[in-house]
Design a binder for this molecule. Structure first.
Ligand code: HEM
Length: 124
């Protein structure tokens, strides 16, 4: 299995991830009813974020914590929800890619989720 190399690879991961996340019993409703997402418009933004995070390409500058704080005010983001989000993403990456960049994406996602736990989420 090869590693993540291009924007298209990142797009492939998050297309697959959102298909799982949006139909997940525990967290799907965040994307379908709390903040209904149109994947065609949402995906390029997500990919911008990760391209910047992984390859320092582009210029994603929005405040991710503030965006999720806002979601949390509408519907509580729990520790459990964050754990599910992270494990769905890890599972998706592991099915599709393997290598140093793939490992970095998983570590960075876990770190960001941990910061969200500390700064935003509810421990239940
Ligand atoms: C239970 C956990 C999570 C839920 C329910 C969730 C939900 C959402 C929702 C509903 C949006 C759309 C917000 C909007 O368009 O107004 C969003 C955006 C986003 N989320 Fe999450 N999220 C979670 C965790 C995470 C984590 C851990 C990361 C990063 C590691 C992340 C990265 C992003 C990014 C990059 C965006 C796009 C923000 C933008 O529009 O610039 N999310 N999230």
């Amino acid at each position: 299995m090869r590693d993540i190399e291009t924007r298209k690879d990142v797009e492939c991961i998050f297309q697959n991830f959102y298909e799982k996340a949006m139909t997940n019993n525990e967290i799907g409703h965040f994307f379908t009813s709390v903040v209904p997402i149109d994947l065609a418009t949402h995906l390029p933004v997500i990919v911008d974020f990760w391209e910047y995070n992984l390859f320092h390409k582009g210029s994603y500058t929005k405040n991710l914590l503030a965006i999720h704080q806002h979601i949390h005010h509408q519907e509580a983001i729990t520790y459990t929800a964050l754990d599910i989000w992270v494990s769905l993403l890890h599972e998706t990456v592991d099915i599709l890619f393997s290598g140093e960049v793939s490992a970095r994406l998983k570590t960075n996602a876990l770190s960001i989720a941990t910061v969200m736990k500390l700064k935003i989420a509810k421990d239940c």
